[in-house]
Design a protein around this ligand. Sequence first.
Ligand code: CDP
Ligand code: CDP
Length: 225
Amino acid sequence: MEKTIKIAIDGPASAGKSTVAKIVAKELGYIYCDTGAMYRALTYQAIQNKTAVTDEKQLVQLLKEMVISFEPNKGDQKVFVNGEEVTDAIRLSDVTNAVSAVSAHGEVRKELVKRQQEIADRGGVVMDGRDIGTAVLPTAEVKIFLVASVEERAERRYKENLSKGIPTSLEVLKQEIAERDYKDSHREVSPLIQAEDAVRLDTTSLSIEQVVEKIREIIQTKLTK
Ligand code: CDP
Ligand code: CDP
């Protein structure tokens, strides 16, 4: 049997992590785990329950009562909270603008990291997020850190929103992304930071296929070692 490895893809908002992670996972027949969706699912639930994003104890309580599950859907994924589909709801701006505050709590992270590690224990996995290479899977064989200029990332989100019929302003998106990057990189617990042994890929002027090709090459060298 071919050996299986763990692949960690980290980076700031809209760098292309989930797009390339899904493609790579499909090609390898590995599990894909979108850890950002888990933080978003908790944020969604906190908003529904009127739990303050500053109330760590309540957030942890809410999380312990929550089943977060994924279901494959035509190359993408559906996300469920306690059986309710929240795939689109967790991408809306109320959740996006509150998620960094929720994810800054150490006890919230502890619980979600435990769940993420349990998913990774099932076998070959491609996991994307902010702290996968540094905290969730520190022994991952492949660690990628994807970056792109904030202008390019805002442009990508803008086009994505347009294609879904969601009206947005490029300038607002740019501000929101920059603000989230700042909060994610400056929190005390597991901030967004490149792992020492991660390969940094600047995707600003690369297509999705070009990024995937570079990652394929890195994976191949690990699989044939
Ligand atoms: O897709 P996008 O880049 O907008 O973000 P995401 O991956 O869905 O993550 C949403 C938020 O969850 C991030 O801005 C972080 O605050 C948090 N997050 C985290 O703290 N650690 C992770 N491993 C993944 C996400
Ligand atoms: O997961 P993350 O927030 O890092 O980004 P994403 O959701 O995978 O990508 C954000 C958008 O950028 C998507 O609409 C992708 O199709 C697009 N993208 C791109 O245009 N060029 C790339 N090299 C990577 C992603």
